[in-house]
Design a protein around this ligand. Sequence first.
Ligand SMILES: [Cu+2]
Length: 108
Amino acid sequence: MKKPLVGAAVAAIAAGALAVPALAATKTVQVKDNKFVASSITVKKGTTVKWVWKGEAPHDVSVTKGPAKFKSKVQTSGSFSKKLTKKGTYSIVCTIHAPGMKMTVKVK
Ligand SMILES: [Cu+2]
């Protein structure tokens, strides 16, 4: 009875792989207490960067310098996503814990 189970597992994995859109490039950054992990990333233009809150303290994501400005709400959980369509270097801080809590996103 092992073969049918293996077949079902392979089919499930294949179905999962097909569900991922080919052009949905997403890069995840963790928002911890009190740092961004990773603190420096490089992505291609058009990539969506998704910040995911992992710590317990409130944080936000705020661009201080860069080709485009954006800012998340102050939040303690959940996530914030932004599609980056302009090339350049984005300097980002958590306004609550700046200047120590900062990161850089390079969009090529
Ligand atoms: Cu913070």
